[in-house]
Design a protein around this ligand. Structure first.
Ligand code: NAI
Length: 215
């Protein structure tokens, strides 16, 4: 039985992509089943953490057999919504927006890039992997014609909220936000913030600690 993802803690949801990635690797190695202790060794998390996490979704494991790798991979994929296609646009076709648009692997996971938008007229007429860069003036019309679920924001933070509001008014329900600002949007809008510099600061902290311990 799969319980509603809504009831699952965000901490568990946050760990599922890693399970999915490891299981994908096991599939490509031809591994058909794995015990929680073997998976635990690979992933460097405790076997009880794995069992607890997967029990949230009804377990999947069988006593004495372990986990069926393919089955678990597909079930976690379903929980993460990877069995469905998600139409996506990118707002801000600068360095970061273009880099994301160039990353074809998102498509393999069902994230289909339908458009790129910018205000810079010099970008008009360009395409990334066959997807044209359109001007922001065309955004509302585009959103009326094409159902878009996810909008990626790779624009300066000063513009992010006004653009997010236009997106929400035109039916976009999820925002993948790279602009360095916390967006204050209606509660039913799902926002996932990505701040690479925060990771880097964490890395910096750990380097400093390491250096202190080894000096
Ligand atoms: P960039 O300057 O190369 O690209 C920004 C693009 O946004 C430009 O093409 C510009 O014309 C466009 N733009 C500006 N106002 C707009 C509007 N109202 N509507 C549509 N497009 C608009 O900058 P880059 O390097 O691509 O970075 C983009 C943003 O992402 C910046 O705010 C930067 O601080 C942020 N950033 C965030 C990272 C993260 O980890 N969250 C990492 C790197 C950058």
């Amino acid at each position: 039985m799969i319980v509603e993802a809504r009831e699952i803690s965000q901490a568990v949801i946050g760990r599922l992509p890693r399970y999915h990635r490891y299981l994908g690797e096991l599939i490509s190695e031809g591994v058909e089943r794995i015990s929680s202790s073997e998976l635990s060794k690979r992933m460097k998390v405790t076997a009880s953490q794995i069992r607890q996490d997967l029990n949230n979704f009804g377990g999947f494991g069988q006593q004495g057999y372990g986990y069926n790798v393919k089955y678990l991979y597909h079930e976690i994929g379903k929980i993460l919504g990877l069995d469905k296609e998600h139409n996506m646009i990118i707002i801000g076709a600068g360095n970061l927006g273009q880099a994301l648009a160039n990353y074809a692997a998102f498509e393999g996971r069902g994230f289909i890039l339908k458009g790129l938008f910018d205000v810079n007229p010099r970008l008009q007429g360009m395409s990334i992997r066959g997807v044209p860069i359109r001007m922001m003036d065309d955004l509302e019309e585009f959103l009326k014609e094409t159902k878009i679920e996810i909008a990626t924001l790779t624009i300066p933070k000063a513009r992010a909220l006004e653009v997010a509001n236009i997106l929400v008014e035109n039916g976009v329900k999820a925002i993948w936000n790279f602009a360095h600002i916390d967006l204050n949007l209606p509660e039913d809008v799902i926002v996932e913030n990505v701040h690479l510099s925060e990771n880097l600061m964490k890395l910096s902290y750990n380097i400093s600690r390491y250096n202190e311990e080894h000096s």
